[in-house]
Design a protein around this ligand. Structure first.
Ligand code: 5RP
Length: 209
């Protein structure tokens, strides 16, 4: 109920003519029909093949993210949101593309149910890794476990890092500095414009960052 309410509220923020980034996951699965129902003239890019095929099936126009250099808005879910606006993403293993899309957007709108709000971020923190040198990369990372799942659409392996998060900025820097890490699931508050939180009764509230 909370996911759907947040997704439907986000769909109302989209305006005719916008270039829109579509995230990945069960919350975004509620966004797509709500967006399609508005019959707007918009150009979308998708952060995963799953989102792309769902969006296309609903009649949304989805294009490859190679021709566009900027987006007006990106809308995506999250696994955790802390009080400062740090996110953990990548539960679906799509965080690398999701971060590229969020960073390209003038406005990044995050849609979550209220249980995603946490006092402090905690593991697991998703990471995407190159297969070249995989064992060495895992050794550098320390406590990281590979997920048993297919490669990402970009050929990466998805793993989860299981240490103490502490300061998210410090951890983000540490994970980014490990050669072989394509990207990690920590998204900084500076990337986030609004978090729309849906509760169990279908009410929503917006938190601005
Ligand atoms: C996928 C993601 C998702 O946005 C995140 O896992 C939240 O998923 P859901 O909406 O299914 O709860 O980051 O990589």
């Amino acid at each position: 109920m909370g996911k759907r309410a947040a997704a439907e509220a986000a769909a109302l923020l989209v305006e005719d003519g916008m270039r829109v980034g579509l995230g990945t996951g069960t919350t975004v699965a509620h966004l797509l029909p709500a967006l399609a129902a508005r019959h707007l003239s918009i150009r979308c890019v998708a952060t995963s093949p799953e989102t792309e095929s769902r969006a296309r099936a609903l009649g949304l126009e989805v294009e490859a993210f190679s021709a566009l250099e900027r987006l007006d808005m990106a809308i995506d879910g999250a696994d955790q949101v802390d009080p400062a606006g740090w996110l953990v993403k990548g539960g679906g293993g799509a965080h690398t593309r999701e971060k590229i899309v969020a960073a390209a957007a003038d406005r990044f709108v995050v849609i979550v149910s209220e249980e995603k709000l946490v006092e402090a971020l905690s593991a697991p923190i998703p990471v995407e890794l190159l297969s070249f040198g995989l064992r060495a990369t895992l050794r550098h990372l320390g406590d990281a476990r590979l997920r048993q799942r297919p490669l990402s659409p970009d050929g990466g392996l998805i793993a989860d890092w299981h240490g103490e998060v502490g300061d998210p900025a410090a951890l983000a820097g540490r994970l980014s500095a490990v050669p072989g890490v394509v990207d990690h699931g920590l998204f900084p508050p500076g990337m986030v414009e609004t978090v729309i939180v849906g509760d169990g009764d279908g009410a929503t509230r917006k938190v601005k960052f």
